[in-house]
Design a binder for this molecule. Structure first.
Ligand code: PLP
Length: 374
């Protein structure tokens, strides 16, 4: 059993194929009416005044910091246990990430943010990891108090809410990825930003197209980060089904939660005021007596993973190496051991199969296997 992205496609096959043909026959393939309509519809879904389509989630992130004027000498606070793209969005701009440990919901621990604020801190990047909305009450209050910009990495949280408000509508800018395996996956690379600020939206539009608003008049050194018509069209189709897609994932998660009953594993939970759209269903398997750096080779998590694999169930680790321990970030000189919770989670987490069209039978096999792990 492996992640099956085709099932989400076949569920709405006719609509996708009709839209694809429509776009292919239109004679217009980049930045046209599909992108414009998608931007309007996606902004309205998230509850912001504007949305701007870009080429992928990483571009959404680095363009967000760029248009906010955050760069060299500036610090951005971000959780330690995120996908490395969150951090690259900061460092592509030569700004410095400052890592904060996660809470029990795998989100940035809002109580540990203020101790990391210095006079160089310019922004907080909140990542709604695994689809669980972070503690936005506290985070927004901290941003206000310290006059910090707030950027949200919503690559995993399409449709997740905090106090009934969508992730991507709290910050100065929300950054979305529509990579095929995301909850709202396209059929290729795609991304978008959301914002209430018309000037920020305008700047992202300028940056995504070589820094020009008017053809051949280049105001800044921009990027080629345009969203294409085909992906925008397919995303418009998917957007009309997002409520069903999210509801299905909630049901899948509830079914796992009800069925899994092995004292060796820690199940995920959802905090008050937050919803989770279950981009991943992440268990934790602590290793008795493991040091703060864990012992990867002999970890209980790795044993469970192997046991599932032996039974035909493929799992993934999100993420095995925290960004501060990646070779790419040796230059930051954040030593191993300095983020003990982040580092422990990296050795304990395991993501069970979770995707549109996962069947009860398949879930039953996963549950039985997790429960029989000794
Ligand atoms: C997927 C992802 C990204 C990057 O998105 P791409 O479209 O692959 O560039 C950024 N942040 C998080 C948390 C992600 O999961």
């Amino acid at each position: 059993m492996q992640g099956r992205m085709d099932r989400g496609y076949f569920r709405y096959q006719k609509e996708y194929e009709e839209k694809a043909l429509e776009v292919l026959r239109s004679g217009w393939y980049i930045l046209g009416k599909e992108v414009e309509k998608f931007e309007e519809e996606f902004a309205s879904y998230v509850g912001t005044k504007h949305s701007v389509g870009v080429a992928n989630g990483l571009d959404a992130l680095w363009l967000a910091f760029r248009v906010l004027g955050i760069g060299k000498g500036d610090e951005v606070i971000v959780q330690g246990n995120t996908y490395i793209a969150s951090v690259m969005g900061i460092t592509i701009n030569d700004a410095t990430p400052v890592f904060v440990e996660p809470d029990e919901y795998y989100q940035i621990d809002a109580d540990k943010i203020e101790e990391k604020i210095t006079d160089k801190t310019k922004a907080i990047l909140v990542v709604h990891l695994y689809g669980h909305a972070a503690n936005m009450d506290k985070i927004c209050a901290i941003c206000k108090k310290h006059n910090l910009k707030l950027v949200e990495d919503c690559a995993q949280s399409h449709g997740a809410k905090y106090n009934g408000k969508m992730t991507g509508s709290f910050g100065d800018i929300g950054c979305f990825s529509f990579y095929p395996s995301k909850n709202m996956g396209a059929y290729g690379d795609a991304g978008a930003i959301t914002t209430d600020d018309p000037e920020l939206a305008r700047l992202v539009k300028i940056y995504r197209n070589y820094g020009s608003e008017k053809r051949y008049y280049n105001m800044v050194v921009g990027a080629n980060s345009r969203l294409d018509e085909l992906q925008a069209g397919l995303l418009r189709v998917k957007l009309t089904h997002m409520d069903e897609i999210t509801k299905e994932r909630e049901e899948l998660a509830n079914y796992y939660t009800a069925g899994i009953d092995n004292p060796k594993v820690i199940k995920p939970s959802v905090s008050d005021n937050a919803t989770c759209v279950w981009h991943q269903f992440v268990l934790r398997v602590p290793t008795e007596g493991a040091g703060e750096n864990g012992k990867e080779a002999s970890s209980e998590r790795d044993r469970l993973r192997q046991y599932l694999e032996d039974n035909g169930i493929m799992t993934l680790i999100h993420y095995p190496i925290p960004p501060h321990m990646a070779q790419a970030y040796e230059y930051l000189s954040v030593p191993a051991g300095s983020l003990p919770i982040t580092e422990r989670f990296a050795n304990e987490v395991i993501s069970l199969p979770m995707y549109t069209g996962l069947t009860k039978d398949e879930q039953d096999r996963v549950i039985a296997c997790v429960n029989s792990f000794k």
